[in-house]
Design a binder for this molecule. Structure first.
Ligand code: DAK
Length: 265
């Protein structure tokens, strides 16, 4: 196994923690958690399992060891690939499957997040970075270019000028710069990275899950649609939530000055 699944809480129910947070750890520290086919497959399967578990409300992905979140796709595995073998392996489909996950995903990034590792972090909904985290798309230095969303997500996050520099030169971005430019949610001390990500996940997990998923979906549309189409999408999700028990419960609890009890319905 190259991806570990944990439920960092004390109570369990049907596979996931009652408090709803699951932790996926990329576990190839000897290769700086390079994303080989097996790791990607286990990651996608783990995410999909958790996504279909009603008890799982938020997922954190991190890298094992103290040097990297992930240093990219596995170059040793990829070196002799051809367009035909890449096409047959259909690895791009795995990245699409990550994009389809509805439960929120937080990347806890310590050390290197390069190439596919940076693309994976950016495919998550939020990034908590250690102060020594390094983000980059160095593919140009090995004769290729980003292939799993880097040219699109980095450009949307940083703007064309900086993304172009990074992608064309393979230069890196420090955690502080990534924070200043809006690529990451927060930078924390290295030893606090995972606990900060888990705490944020716990905060989200305690909120009404239908509303959380609908809101995630709508924010992601801001990247993909025109403003008009995005506003329309937001409106539909907003209306839809008024069909949920949790909307009634949330508003009644406010009026009755008590804590709401979410049912996820
Ligand atoms: N792949 C395989 N092994 C890697 C690796 C990688 N990306 N990165 C590091 N390693 C291995 C090293 O080979 C070394 O293994 P041994 O020699 O000990 O066996 C071990 O991890 C420790 O690395 P270093 O000895 O190199 O450690 P240093 O501190 O000297 O340097 C480094 C750290 C992160 C600067 C360096 O390892 C490095 O430059 N790594 C490569 C970074 C990189 O170029 N990343 C981009 C890879 S291309 C696709 C989707 C996505 C992609 C492709 C296709 N499809 C859907 C089809 C993405 C492509 C990429 O990410």
């Amino acid at each position: 196994m190259t991806v570990k699944v944990d439920f960092p809480a004390t109570h369990f129910h049907s596979g996931a923690a009652v408090d709803g947070v699951a932790l996926l750890t990329l576990d190839r520290p000897e290769a700086l958690n390079a994303l080989d086919v097996q790791t990607m497959q286990e990651l996608v399967e783990g995410l999909e399992r958790l996504d279909s578990d009603a008890d799982c409300r938020c997922v954190v992905i991190t890298g094992a060891g103290d040097r990297a979140f992930a240093a990219g796709a596995d170059i040793k595995e990829m070196a002799e690939a051809t367009p035909v073998t890449l096409g047959i392996a259909n690895s791009f489909a795995r990245w699409e499957r990550i994009r389809s996950v509805r439960v929120p995903i937080i990347a806890a990034v310590r050390g290197f997040a390069l190439g596919g590792g940076c693309e994976l972090a950016m495919a998550c909904d939020m990034i908590i970075a250690s102060d020594d985290a390094v983000f980059g798309q160095p593919e140009i230095k090995i004769g290729v270019m980003p292939g799993a969303g880097g040219t699109q997500r980095l450009t949307r996050a940083l703007g064309k000028a900086k993304a172009m520099e990074m992608i064309l030169t393979g230069s890196n971005l420090s955690a502080r710069e990534a924070e200043a430019r809006g690529l990451v949610t927060r930078v924390v001390a290295r030893e606090e990275t995972l606990s900060a990500a888990l705490a944020l996940a716990g905060e989200i997990a305690a909120l009404p899950p239908l509303a959380v998923r609908a809101a995630k979906e709508a924010v992601n549309r801001a990247y993909e649609l025109s403003l008009e189409a995005g506003l329309e999408f937001e409106r539909r999700n907003f209306f839809l939530l008024f069909a949920s028990d949790d909307q009634k419960e949330g508003m009644r609890a406010f009026i009755e000055k008590r804590r709401p009890e979410w049912k996820g319905r």
